[in-house]
Design a protein around this ligand. Structure first.
Ligand code: ADP
Ligand code: MG
Length: 251
């Protein structure tokens, strides 16, 4: 059974003192972070700063060395927690879509609902169609992923996450693998989700998205949070030299 901890109910994700190393390499050196229900947090930072590792610890794809992570009161870092249950309610959207090539678009959106969510096929199909409609791809339901553009494949990835009725969605550089002309359609779907109140943690280099959509921006470097605040504070008027240097590089 999941272990429930006292946590203010408006906090969806609470991280305290999170550390993670690979051998001698300290990748996360003590991360503290709260994500409130409905909040949009954007994480910026150079390659290798630990952003993906942080997301992977949140949904238990990686095991933390120390510290605690609570998701909606469920302790990710406890042995007693049912991790399948956790992952079922925490959507993940990857840089490289990770769609099954041998399944059609709708089957890709159905499979998690059937295998993990134990829904009937009919129920899963209905939900999948509704989610594909939400990302503007209902008419492509019976195609195979290879027939879709990268932007469309990523929108299927988002529909797949949504189909599980997630409490929050973690995005790991969702537009970094896309040709520039396809980035906009994916950001548009993400912006729409944000407006609808989804709790989102987004690792991205899209500074415009951070400015427009984020409630809270975090700049990470070397496994620590160097600076955080509103988009105005972190993106427009950064205090730290490392943040300024990074922004100069990506803008
Ligand atoms: P980012 O997403 O910010 O680019 P990552 O979290 O992917 O950073 O990686 C942080 C560091 O950890 C990098 O130096 C990377 O090479 C290393 N790393 C990530 N995953 C592993 C792993 N499974 N084994 C060993 N080293 C890893
Ligand atoms: Mg990464």
């Amino acid at each position: 059974m999941a272990e429930e901890k006292n946590m203010s109910s408006d906090v969806m994700i609470q991280i305290r003192g999170l550390k993670k190393s690979y051998g001698k390499l300290q990748v996360l050196r003590g991360i503290d972070l709260d994500v409130k229900r409905g909040e949009k947090v954007v994480i910026l930072g150079p390659s290798g700063s630990g952003k993906s590792t942080l997301l992977r610890c949140i949904n238990a794809l990686e095991e933390a060395d120390s510290g605690s992570i609570l998701v909606d009161g469920i302790e990710v870092t406890s042995r007693r927690t049912n991790l399948n249950h956790l992952r079922e309610h925490l959507g993940m959207v990857f840089q490289r879509f990770n769609l099954w090539p041998h399944l059609t678009v709708i089957e890709n959106v159905m499979i998690g609902q059937v295998v993990v969510g134990h829904k009937s096929k009919a129920e899963a199909r209905e939900k999948a169609l509704a989610m594909l409609d939400r990302v503007g791809l209902k008419d492509r339901a019976d195609e195979y992923p290879v027939r879709l553009s990268g932007g469309q494949q990523q929108r299927v990835g988002i529909a797949r996450a949504l189909a599980m009725d997630p409490k929050a969605i973690l995005f790991d550089e969702p537009t970094s693998a896309l040709d520039p002309e396809l980035v906009g359609e994916v950001l548009a779907v993400m912006t729409q989700l944000a407006r609808e109140g989804m709790t989102m943690v987004v690792v991205t280099h899209e500074i415009g998205f951070a400015r427009e959509v984020a409630d809270h921006v975090i700049f990470m470097d070397g496994g620590v949070i160097v600076e955080e605040g509103t988009p105005e504070e972190v993106v427009v008027n950064p205090r730290e030299e490392r943040t300024r240097a990074f922004l100069k590089h990506v803008l």
